[in-house]
Design a protein around this ligand. Structure first.
Ligand code: SF4
Ligand code: SF4
Length: 98
């Protein structure tokens, strides 16, 4: 794990910033925006995002995301790999016919 520390249930990177991010799996449902007590989650042009300087790393938003799109920064690449694999399975499975 690169540069991420856990303290009292919260995660921080080496600069002391919290580490939750929204992956491209975001479906724009807006649920997380209501769950965040610091106003860190906002709508961006293509998806919701977390404003790093406002996020305190509490992880309260994470279990409410139906797309499992809110992840720790150090796990973002793995999350995106999982998504690519799942989409490939769908495409390849769908091409085999009934
Ligand atoms: S809850 Fe998840 S899918 Fe919904 S807007 Fe937030 S990040 Fe996107
Ligand atoms: S981890 Fe906590 S503070 Fe950060 S975006 Fe989620 S609910 Fe808001």
């Amino acid at each position: 794990m690169t540069g991420v520390e856990e303290k009292e249930g919260r995660t921080f990177d080496s600069e002391g910033s919290t580490t939750y991010v929204v992956s491209s799996d975001c479906m724009n449902c807006g649920v997380c925006e209501f769950m965040c007590h610091t106003g860190a989650i906002v709508q961006a042009p293509n998806q919701f995002i977390i404003k790093k300087h406002l996020c305190d790393g509490c992880a309260a938003c994470v279990p409410f995301c139906p797309a499992e799109a809110i992840v720790r920064r150090d796990r973002l690449a793995l999350r995106q790999e999982d998504t690519v694999r799942a989409r490939l399975r769908q495409v390849l499975g769908g091409s085999q016919g009934p």
